[in-house]
Ligand binder design. Structure first.
Ligand code: 26W
Length: 821
């Protein structure tokens, strides 16, 4: 943006005095409260409105510049956006943090107190949703015209409480006290149809035409959330859809006194945006979920076309102005939806409609787990979206014809590639639809993309060479270092300036400082401050004592068997046994920190949480060890607790079964904050090793190829049980009720799974894991070496900035460029 504009925004609005006046005004005129009776929450809302005023000016100017430049835009379609809090992010990105802090101080209010009153916008489950949020930040920071589209869930990701050691889910009503960041747009509302039937008729030139009619209508109403870039005055938009009844209520019922049936339809349709599905990596074929998907896709496409036609009139130009990224297959119904609009509404010929569609769409795959690959029963899809099913059949028919042309007689290949899975009931494979309808498909780490090409989508890779590519994930350095870790940020800025915040590769300037003993000390001091802060939070919120002078050994992420929190816990038990056997053994005093939510219906994951808490109890009550060994489960892991925990971590556990974690992004956040990774060669861990150097990371365990080999040869977990005494003892303790004396059978399902199946090769990796952990301990005893390694991690994580990731998407997939103003 030009300097004259910047001047315009800053001069009046960024001075403490102006901010102070503005807060007072908003308190009275927006919130309607007297300063004498106002609660902290009232002040927080008033203050957020002040910040929002500054956002909206920049937002309008940014949108105007996109129109002026006739910019090609990218639309990021995602069922999930896991944003977290926005206040600090907005203050720092607009460079008004200190001015605001002193303005509030003059009013007798501490910014820190207000900050903690904000609810997380938790409209996502985990990695996929948080990635979408990092991408929005990077697009805005890079001056790219990127717009997010999703659902405004009334209830976000559930709140996790631990009661009697077990996860209990509580609804997260994040909107109850108002959301200061959103702008409702009641004038932007689109009709979305479900059900009904397909009408066939003769078009003007004698052609067969189709129209989808009747059924039920729901309204999608827009809410906009401004997304500020880092100190560039760009503010992009996240548009979320909320479901509203097409008719508020049935007046005839109402007049007859049947009040509840009068509002029945309203309740039913508004259910669509009521609650986020809390399932991470397992596809539930619920009708409501398919409705959610089509609901936001249909509204988003209508909105995209409305924007296009506001200053264009030739639909052929659409691919020059519009790119649409599908965040996993969840929005893949957009492909037949665009075909429907182009053919049924604009009366384009199939071939032309298909060309436009495939030029516009691209698809990111985020998982190889078969249970997470979405497929919808043909019956269900045909009932809710009859015209889409017809179009999917036709897309598939034409595709399979081409396959047959290339591989005549190879019906087995056609069966494998088909969009329709004929195996168990007929189902629509959404990933196949997404690949066929996109010009690019990407995996999210080098290893993952390689596996997509060599196995999961191998036939597609042969059929469409160069369509499947890799774009390794990244994280935004603004939220995950600059904001979350002020002590380390300040130290880095002092040492090398602040250019790294928008160009993370600049952290390499820290490399020469890695063996400077005074820098090492200051680096360690920053870590200690973060550890002390976390210890205070833990004391305050959980009433538990953790010692900041112990090694903070952290595994925070969704609880899933393939992520192997159980393997970590078995290491904890083995360490405990060591102390039981040799009470005076010299060990590195450790605090094992776990955090993460389990899907509410995921029995094994919930049992693992319970075992973590049972083990923590036993160790807490054992005076002989509890000064040197502490296990802590931090409840309700979310974006905000992540920002408290990650800067304090020293060891980062990234121990998924090789080949199962698509990328991981927590691994990047932890390493960037100077935590050393202990991990398998899985997902982006491989590339982290390449960047930081094999000597600065602790790698152990079976590789992807070895895992595959073991599976093929026939894997026998009992062999490890029989031949490894340390392992045997740990498994027996879990199985015989050592940690659950009041219910000895409690963990039988875990032990049976380990001994009889062990799909995740916990038993096979246990020994190597223990040895690796000992290697780490030996280095932790030499603080200079540990600190040097930690600095070299931070210094060499530049590649994992989501700015780099987004630049790759922009160049290799979207063909969009920054807008200069
Ligand atoms: C339909 C049910 C469902 C829900 C969510 C299936 C699959 C998902 C996601 C794909 C799960 C997910 O979040 N995947 C994670 O994506 C991250 C961002 O790319 C990666 O870093 C993680 O490795 C991957 O597990």
């Amino acid at each position: 943006m030009s300097s004259s504009n910047r001047f315009k925004f800053d001069f009046l609005a960024s001075k403490p005095k102006a901010i102070q006046r503005s807060v007072s005004n908003h308190l009275v005129y927006t919130i309607g409260k007297d300063p004498f009776t106002a609660t902290d929450h009232d002040w927080m809302m008033a203050f957020c409105h002040v910040v929002r005023d500054r956002l909206i000016e920049r937002w309008m100017e940014t949108q105007r510049s996109y129109y002026r430049n006739d910019a090609k835009r990218v639309y990021y379609l995602s069922m999930e956006f896991l944003i977290g809090r926005s206040l600090t992010n907005s203050l720092l990105n607009m460079d008004i943090h200190d001015a605001c802090s002193s303005a509030l101080h003059r009013l007798g209010i501490e910014l820190e107190r207000l900050r903690n009153l904000e609810h997380d916008a938790a409209l996502g489950n985990g990695g996929l949703g948080r990635l979408a949020a990092c991408f929005l930040d990077s697009m805005a920071t890079l001056d790219l015209p990127g717009i997010g589209y999703g659902i405004r869930f009334e209830y976000g990701m559930f709140r996790q409480r631990i009661e009697n050691g077990q996860q209990v889910e509580h609804p997260e009503n994040w909107l109850a006290h108002g959301n200061p960041w959103e702008f409702p747009r009641p004038e932007v509302a689109y009709k979305v149809r479900f059900g009904g039937r397909v009408l066939e008729y003769q078009g003007p030139n004698g052609r067969r035409q189709f129209d989808w009619i009747e059924g039920d209508l729901v309204l999608a109403q827009a809410y906009d959330t401004p997304i500020p870039g880092y100190k560039n005055d760009t503010v992009n938009n996240l548009r979320l859809w909320s479901a509203k009844a097409h008719q508020a209520f049935d007046l005839s019922c109402f007049n007859m006194g049947e009040y509840s049936s009068a509002v029945e339809e309203k309740t039913l349709s508004e259910n669509i945006s009521k609650v986020l599905y809390p399932d991470d990596s397992s596809s539930q074929n619920r009708e409501l979920r398919l409705k959610q998907q089509y609901f936001f896709v249909c509204a988003s496409l209508k909105d995209i076309l409305r924007r296009f036609f506001s200053d264009h009139n030739d639909i052929h130009e659409l691919p020059e102005r519009v790119a649409i990224q599908l965040n996993d297959t969840h929005p893949a119904i957009a492909i037949p939806e665009l075909m429907r609009v182009l053919i049924d509404k604009y009366h384009l010929e199939w071939q032309l409609a298909w060309e436009i569609t495939t030029k516009i769409f691209s698809y990111t795959n985020h998982t190889l787990l078969p249970e997470a690959l979405e497929s919808w029963p043909v019956e269900l899809l045909g009932r809710l979206l009859p015209r889409h099913l017809q179009l999917i059949y036709e897309i598939n028919r034409r595709f399979l014809l081409m396959v047959a042309n290339l591989h005549p007689g190879d019906t087995e290949r056609q069966r494998r590639l088909s969009v329709i899975d004929e195996q168990d009931g007929r189902r629509v494979r959404m990933a196949h639809l997404a690949i066929i309808g996109s010009h690019k498909v990407n995996g999210v780490s080098a290893l993952h993309s390689g596996l997509l090409k060599s196995s999961t989508f191998h036939d597609f890779d042969e059929f469409y060479p160069n369509k499947i590519i890799n774009i390794t994930n990244g994280i935004t350095p603004r939220r995950w270092l600059y904001q979350a870790n002020r002590p380390l940020s300040a130290l880095i800025c002092e040492a090398i300036g602040d250019a790294w915040v928008r160009d993370l590769n600049q952290l390499e300037a820290l490399i020469p400082l890695a063996d400077d003993s005074s820098f090492q000390e200051r680096f360690a001091a920053a870590k200690l401050v973060n550890k002390q802060r976390l210890a205070e939070l833990v004391k305050f919120h959980l009433g538990q004592q953790i010692d900041p002078h112990t090694l903070f050994d952290v595994q925070v992420k969704r609880i899933h068997e393939y992520k192997r929190q159980l393997l970590n816990l078995m290491r904890v038990i083995a360490h405990y046994n060591r102390l039981l056997d040799a009470p005076d053994a010299e060990v590195v005093p450790r605090t094992y920190i776990f955090g993460g939510k389990a899907a509410p219906g995921y029995f094994m994951a919930k049992l693992i949480i319970r075992l973590i808490n049972d083990v923590a109890d036993v160790i807490d009550n054992d005076q002989a060890v509890n000064k040197r060994l502490k296990v802590l489960f931090i409840p309700n892991y979310d974006v905000t607790t992540a920002a408290d925990i990650i800067p304090a971590a020293e060891l980062s556990q990234q121990i998924s079964t090789a080949g199962m974690e698509a990328s991981g992004t927590g691994n990047m956040k932890l390493a960037l904050n100077g935590s050393l990774t202990m991990g398998t060669l899985d997902g982006a861990n491989v590339e982290i090793r390449d960047q930081v150097g094999a000597e600065n990371i602790f790698i152990f365990g079976l590789t992807t190829d070895q895992v595959k080999q073991r599976c093929q040869q026939g894997y026998h977990p009992r062999y490890h049980f029989e031949s490894e005494p340390l392992l045997r003892r740990v498994v027996e303790m879990i199985g015989n009720g050592f940690f659950s004396p009041e219910e000895p059978e409690r963990y039988k399902p875990l032990v049976e799974s380990l001994l009889d199946r062990d799909h995740f090769m916990v038993m096979a990796d246990f020994q190597a894991y223990l040895e690796c952990s000992d290697r780490a301990d030996a280095i932790y005893r030499q603080p200079e070496i540990w600190n040097q390694m930690a600095i070299l991690n931070t210094a060499q994580m530049g590649y994992f900035s989501s700015d780099r990731t987004i630049q790759e998407y922009a160049q290799q997939i979207w063909q969009i460029a920054p807008i200069q103003r």
